[in-house]
Design a protein around this ligand. Structure first.
Ligand SMILES: NC(=O)C1=CN([C@@H]2O[C@H](COP(=O)(O)OP(=O)(O)OC[C@H]3O[C@@H](n4cnc5c(N)ncnc54)[C@H](OP(=O)(O)O)[C@@H]3O)[C@@H](O)[C@H]2O)C=CC1
Ligand SMILES: CCCCCC/C=C/C(=O)O
Length: 485
């Protein structure tokens, strides 16, 4: 192992239950690889059904302790957590880059957003308020928002630290205890962050981590009868299974799933802005492995040639290499994911011929592919309908506003959508007519931790981020008193 890896990452990790790290009950482990080189980074315990059951039992004890803290105390602790993450942001960013592959400067930004989640929801911990409901002179009626108990969190591999914090922070702020199943490719950040939480006042039993495979670890957690809710980020296929398991237990799932999000470029829009936002939206952020990537551009036919020329020039200027050296585009997160993206190169070629740029796996160690652009893509092409989750863009054209909106909406997903235009009437019509949970005008990935995020259609159920997400982790109790005598 490299020296810098030794400073960030232990040679072996366990399940982390009640603050104690130990082997899985089966003794089985999973190797974790550096996507930049393909070398083994570490190994992690593969949690079994009995490990997950134990974690949920322990979390029930942790819940009793944590809910007993005053909201003000929880608020102070979560703010201490945020401060501690910021103090160690280089270490956490290095972990994220080593296990996921992304450029280190991008990882620093995502660790900042991870810290911000604890700060933001720490600030809400003492504002989980009920309401008073007027009935008549003989009654007093009010509501209390109570925590759910033990909450389950299944986290993917693309933005592991940020997505860990996105649901764990509001769950803790509302007084719950958590059991987290990180992705098998990227378990290290979740384990190290949890140790930091414990070191800063969160009771050890209140956050537990069960790394391992989707089956059995994730499935046991999502189907566990004693959890109050499950929050899942990942593919639509797995999300459906997780949602069904939750509904079988009569608990409400929060599912943030896939996307095939359109960026519509009108003829009045600034093409330089369009190109810059496309590069950010599908290539230079996490190598396109983002649920809200701008994977489809729909451009007015009068400006499509000019847009494609500028875009291809910008794409071919991008540098590709290891995240630790901060190239523009890092490797994909795993060998299996690289195979999936390479399959889409073949699918796209079979449907459309060669891309105008890219379309190849790089012949070097690690999991690198070229940023790729297919043009003149018909709406029913698989490459235009299916989530690739990599640096692969389709470009289609439109003649008028109705066709633009029609193309934007004509997929099964509805996570986010963006528009490039100088005409604000057009921008508002776009926001009104496009079926997506978040709309970006002249900037991709706008908004932040404070703005509600989640999908229409097959992109999910519920919303994360912002003030209302804390209610994902509470249930309402109504209290009615007869005060007539
Ligand atoms: N943010 C997003 O929107 C993401 C979307 N994806 C999409 O999904 C595709 C496949 O990626 P993949 O990693 O397999 O995504 P999954 O949706 O299968 O995985 C996401 C998380 O769910 C876990 N999981 C897997 N199976 C189950 C199950 N039966 N019950 C409960 N949890 C489970 C995974 O564990 P484990 O790691 O062990 O499999 C991981 O922690 C990608 O190519 C991409 O298109 C993927 C990741 C993130
Ligand atoms: C700039 C990256 C923002 C990430 C936004 C959240 C992504 C979630 C996901 O991919 O699931």
């Amino acid at each position: 192992m490299q020296t810098d890896q030794q400073t960030a990452i232990a040679d072996q990790y366990g399940v982390l239950i009640d603050g104690r790290e130990r082997d899985a009950s089966s003794g089985e482990t999973i190797d974790v690889f550096d996507p930049a080189t393909g070398d083994r980074l570490t190994s992690v315990a593969a949690a079994t059904e009995s490990d997950v059951n134990e974690a949920v039992d322990v979390a029930q004890e942790g819940f009793e302790t944590w809910r007993g803290y005053t909201p003000a105390k929880r608020c102070r602790i979560l703010n201490d957590v945020a401060r501690a993450i910021r103090e160690e942001k280089e270490r956490f960013a290095r972990i994220e880059t080593l296990e996921n592959g992304k450029p280190i400067s991008e990882a620093i930004g995502q660790i900042e957003r991870c810290a911000r989640h604890f700060e933001y929801y720490g600030g809400l911990a003492d504002k989980v308020e009920g309401e008073s409901i007027p009935l008549d002179d003989d009654h007093v009626d009010y509501t209390i928002r109570e925590p759910l108990g033990v909450t389950g969190h299944i986290v993917p591999w693309n933005v592991p630290a940020y997505l860990f914090a996105r649901s764990v922070a509001p769950a803790l702020a509302a007084g719950n205890a958590a059991v987290v199943k990180p992705a098998e490719e990227t378990p290290i950040g979740a384990l190290e962050l949890t140790k930091l939480l414990h070191g800063n006042g969160v009771p050890e039993a209140a956050v537990n981590v069960v790394p391992g495979e989707g089956e059995p670890a994730g499935a046991t957690l999502s189907g566990h009868p004693d959890i109050g809710t499950i929050t899942f980020t990942g593919s639509t296929v797995t999300g459906r299974a997780v949602g069904k398991a939750a509904i079988d237990n009569l608990t409400e799932p929060h599912l943030e799933l896939g996307g095939k999000s359109p960026l519509v470029v009108y003829e009045d829009g600034d093409l330089d802005v369009a190109v810059e936002e496309t590069i950010k939206g599908i290539f230079a952020t996490n190598t396109g492995q983002v649920c809200s990537a701008s994977s489809r551009v729909v451009v007015h036919e009068d400006v499509s040639d000019a847009y494609v020329d500028k875009l291809v020039a910008a794409v071919e200027d991008l540098t590709i290499g290891p995240g630790v050296d901060d190239y523009d585009v890092g490797p994909l997160a795993s060998a299996s994911h690289m195979e999936k993206v390479a399959d889409y190169f073949d699918i796209g070629r079979a449907e459309l011929g060669d891309p105008v740029t890219g379309g190849n796996v790089l012949d070097r160690d690690g999991y690198y592919v070229e940023p790729t652009v297919f043009v003149d893509v018909p709406q029913d092409a698989r490459i235009c309908q299916e989530e690739v989750f990599g640096p692969v863009l389709t470009v289609s054209t439109f003649a008028d506003e109705a066709e633009a909106i029609g193309r934007a909406n004509d997929v099964d997903y509805g996570l986010v959508a963006g528009v490039i235009t100088t005409d604000m009437g057009r921008a508002h019509r776009f926001a009104r007519d496009v079926d997506a949970g978040q709309i970006y005008v002249n900037e991709w990935f706008a908004g932040g931790n404070e703005t509600p995020f989640g999908g229409f259609k097959d992109s999910g159920v519920g919303r994360e981020n912002g003030t209302q997400a804390i209610h994902n982790y509470t249930q309402i109790k109504n209290v009615c008193l007869d005060i007539s005598n």
